[in-house]
Design a protein around this ligand. Sequence first.
Ligand code: NAD
Length: 305
Amino acid sequence: VTRVGVIGLGVMGADHLRTLSAIAEVTGAEVTAVHDIDPARMEVAPGNIKRYGDGFALIGSPDVDAVLIASADATHEEFVLACLDAGRPVLCEKPLAPTADACRRIIAAQERLGRELVTVGFMRRYDPGYLRLKEADLGATLLLHCRHRNAASPPGWPTEYLIISSAVHEFDTIRWLTGDEIVSVAAYVPRSTSYASGGTSDPLLLVVRTTSGVVADIEVFVNARYGYDVRCERVAERGVADLGSPPGTDWRDRFADAYRAELTDWLAGVRTGEVRGATAGDGLAAQLVCDAAIRSLHTGKPADV
Ligand SMILES: NC(=O)c1ccc[n+]([C@@H]2O[C@H](COP(=O)([O-])OP(=O)(O)OC[C@H]3O[C@@H](n4cnc5c(N)ncnc54)[C@H](O)[C@@H]3O)[C@@H](O)[C@H]2O)c1
């Protein structure tokens, strides 16, 4: 049995807790420990799971074999570094850390340790629709049209959050779909919806280019009102393919299969001692594109990654 500790029991952490319990028979893993800085959040965990008042104590506990981090972005670096110190395999929700420098510190710590323990929660790599898109036998990819729409963002979300919270998924997906690195990004700011509060520029249009010359346009629209809608069309030499998934209301429902497959594969990797899914290097690569997209947003000019 793999004994899993979960840090952060907000929306995502509570969802992961439910998923881990639903797949327990397949994975042979069980959640034995939880921590959230807000004790009330720990109430979502069944009573037999041990509550820790301190995340570092959970990570260091001999009762925990692997750690899932779903706490606020700013806490990821210190918790991942503590997992590396304790030799614990860790699945860290995206972003690996909110800056490229913090991602580099994690990678340096992992290199000093001499083995890979860090997986990053880019779950779209496990979504059946994206897997079909990637595997479709259509020849070289030329263009990708990506759409990321939420019904409503938290009030007063800074415009940069459209990039670091939403577009970051697109950046990882584009790298994974094409096998390329993203080399440049340009941010365009169209007329904003009146439903975006606090001066947020919403929607944004981002245009990226990859090493092989694929161009992807990405619409991020987080106050689209009508629902949660993620689309991707792959334009290739011998045809086009798209995700074909209808709009929904909630990202947890839309990507339920992906989260299940992601956690199942992570735990299989924990058993065999390998990192599957997105690595710390993938986390850094996505963050470098975010940084460039934010530079482009601020300067109004395309930015190299
Ligand atoms: N992969 C995805 O599709 C996806 C979707 C949503 C969120 N996320 C990521 O998951 C993480 C959590 O997001 P969320 O939407 O659940 O946010 P949330 O605000 O609902 O939950 C965050 C939780 O972290 C806790 N927390 C904050 N600081 C802490 C600390 N120092 N120690 C321990 N706990 C602390 C908060 O009390 C809260 O319960 C974020 O990193 C977010 O980017 C990923």
